[in-house]
Design a protein around this ligand. Sequence first.
Ligand code: ATR
Length: 287
Amino acid sequence: MEINGHTRICGLIGNPVEHTLSPMIHNTLAGLLGHNLVYVPFLVEEGRVPEAVTGADALHLLGLNVTVPYKSEVIQCLQEIDDLAKNIGAVNTLVKTAGGYKGYNTDMEGLYRAMKSEGIRLEGEQIVLLGAGGAARAVAYLCAVKGAEKVYMLNRTISKVQAVAEEVNRTVGREVILPMITEDYVKLPERKYLAIQGTSVGLAPHTEDVVIADKVFYEKIKTGFDLIYNPWETKFMRLVRQQGGDAYNGLKMLLYQGIIAYELWNDVSVSEEQAQIVYEKLKEHFT
Ligand code: ATR
């Protein structure tokens, strides 16, 4: 693609941004779809998010992704916010509108599409969710909205998980999230669960860490999904596999959150074949 007077710009704001894989996702998509678009990282210093968004608007940037630590802070800079993002309380995608930007959360729809592409469903499922931080809270909300039957939400700090469960249950109007302290995994009713690992435990370089190490827990897991993708196989995934379950990392979630953002910016739909091409490229980075 030749950069010329028609080139549109999208980018990522965050701090740090050096290790991002998003330029690979979006620039590959632009190539595949023949769009005159470039995607670049923008390092934004603490306290300068409002200026960054105002500046982006003035420069007619087509869209922005938002990463750590600005996913909540950016909300105050928006013209409009999508309902899902509002309920989650985090925005990772800004789309240019006439008067500013509209905020979306494509992380959760990305997780949903990643699971769907692996044949994992949330509807009617009994789920075990590890963690109660920003990421796990969003997953709890997604599971509730997509019709999970029950989500046993386990966390080291009980007060935190109780607060999240109470809030999500109130928002969706049913008692779907059951808060528990992590040690109580032994009390989980005997059955096979989908387990989602939503803490930061096990992330490189701490690859030997895991929230629950006991094999008794993994005997109850039919499918494990870790939101982490670095390392390629987390300790959590390894323990799931050792007890005969299927395990997936978070790279497809990263892929689909990017694809959904790209679709919003360009009003197109990305085919599964195109998604697969980008996925293979991302994968090369790890294997
Ligand atoms: P994020 O935004 O990535 O979700 P976060 O909000 O800091 O990050 O949340 C981190 C999650 O990982 C929390 O659920 C945290 O448990 P606590 O609520 O008890 O702090 C969990 N976590 C972090 N380190 C942990 C550890 N060593 N053992 C168990 N849980 C841990």
